[in-house]
Design a protein around this ligand. Structure first.
Ligand SMILES: C=C(O[C@H]1C=CC=C(C(=O)O)[C@@H]1O)C(=O)O
Length: 407
């Protein structure tokens, strides 16, 4: 955080996790953009409330402005980039201080926060921001499989190599649903995922558990990204080390890998480290992942994170190859707007690090509905029924929590 703007507020006697939840709840209830997140392989839940509202352009990822980015698959009037400045930030661990970089707060905010925190129990939210256009459209199984066939035919005719087609599924939301409880369950179920709950007035509320890193800049200024693709369910008795991959998935992931290498080449950067691919576990699914890294100062690219973000998004893990043809096919074949699904999100220069993830395995909340989004990489060898099943399995990552509480 910048030194000149940080002040510290007294905290109520409450557990760090309850303080984090209470700040988030007080933010949402006073109509402020608010976000809760948990980084992969960490235990602390972090929270940010943007009292100055959200901005539609991102600052450089290398600093100095701290905040949280929430960006769509494709920027449009109905889905703009969102950057939430870290006006209030708290990292939910013992001895952490509450960082308040603002005096412009609704009068109700601190009393409400104190009241919620002192109750030391979850205070269910009954109202959260929803997208102004309401629920996005759904596609029936038959129609989805037809779009896969159309895409496969185009690829077999040589029009493109890969396209990621997605779909949505909407369920009614049980009246007594407690979104913070769902967030907590995701943190417990998926320790290696990036877990997030983003609520922005006029934009919507999204909950997710994504396995895909897009851009990381760590405290030592090391840039990292990954090529993640290829999916198979983790079946009984199988470990990631035993997984056998078909040619289709190997090629699908190799395309993403080559795409990342082409971005480094575009910048004329040769001194990066590439490791993989290896099999990783994401919930109940296995994927192939190649890790890339580069020490930004050593390779002479102090702004590598910002430069690579511009080149990478949308990667062929969510778009396809060649990119322009794939994006055109997505807009022709998908009946829904992706909004923030397959966009990216995460903290920027928080505690000296930037961690952006692709917004996958996520749901968007309506007032009384929950909509899951998921896609699958199509290649000339895709089988429509299998691709439907793959999107179903991906949706279950988060949707299973809502189905349990609904039944
Ligand atoms: C597009 C999604 O996943 C991507 C990431 C990993 C594996 C993928 C695949 O096997 O198709 C996708 O490229 C999604 O989860 O909606």
């Amino acid at each position: 955080m910048p030194d000149d703007s940080t002040s510290v507020s007294p905290l109520p006697e409450a557990l760090p996790i309850d303080i984090a939840h209470s700040l988030f709840l007080a933010g949402v209830e006073t109509d402020l953009p608010s976000v809760l997140w948990r980084l992969p392989n960490q235990t602390e839940v972090q929270v940010l409330v943007a009292t100055s509202g959200s901005q539609t352009s991102l600052p450089p990822l290398e600093g100095p402005v701290p905040g949280f980015a929430f960006c769509p698959f494709e920027v449009s009037e109905m889905a703009l980039n969102q950057f939430l400045p870290a006006d209030i930030y708290y990292c939910g661990k013992a001895d952490a201080q509450l960082q308040v970089n603002t005096t412009a707060l609704p009068e109700r905010f601190w009393p409400l926060f104190q009241e919620i925190a002192q109750k030391r129990q979850l205070h269910p939210l009954t109202d959260w921001p929803v997208h102004p256009d309401g629920q996005t459209s759904q596609i029936a199984r038959e129609a989805f499989e037809e779009t896969v066939t159309t895409a496969v035919n185009a690829m077999q005719a040589g029009c493109l190599e890969k396209v990621v087609l997605s779909r949505t599924k909407t369920l009614p939301l049980a009246k007594e649903v407690d979104i913070l409880q769902q967030f907590t369950q995701l943190t417990q179920l998926y320790p290696t995922a990036f877990i997030s709950l983003v609520a922005i007035p006029g934009v919507g509320t999204w909950l997710g558990a994504t396995p895909e890193l897009l851009v990381q800049i760590d405290k030592h200024k090391v840039f990292r990204t990954v090529a993640l693709a290829g999916t198979q369910p983790l079946t009984d008795g199988l470990t990631p080390a035993d997984a056998i991959w078909r040619q289709k998935e190997i090629e699908e992931q190799a395309l993403v890998q080559r795409y990342i290498v082409s971005c480094f080449r575009h910048l004329r950067l040769r001194e990066y480290v590439e490791m993989g691919p290896r099999t990783i576990l994401a919930g109940n699914l296995l994927h192939l992942r190649t890790d890339f890294s580069a020490a930004m100062d050593e390779v002479g690219f102090p702004k590598l994170g910002t430069q690579m973000l511009q080149l990478l998004h949308p990667t062929s893990a969510v778009g396809g190859m060649p990119r322009a043809a794939a994006l055109k096919m997505i807009s022709q074949l998908e009946p829904h707007q992706r909004r923030y699904y397959s966009g990216y999100l995460g903290p920027v220069q928080i505690e000296g690090e930037t961690n952006l993830f692709v917004n996958l395995r996520c749901v968007e909340l309506g007032q009384d509905t929950v909509t899951a989004y998921a896609g699958a990489g199509m290649t000339p060898d895709s089988n429509p029924a299998k691709e439907w099943l793959e999107t179903e399995l991906k949706m279950q990552t988060v949707l299973r929590l809502f189905q349990d509480s609904d039944s």
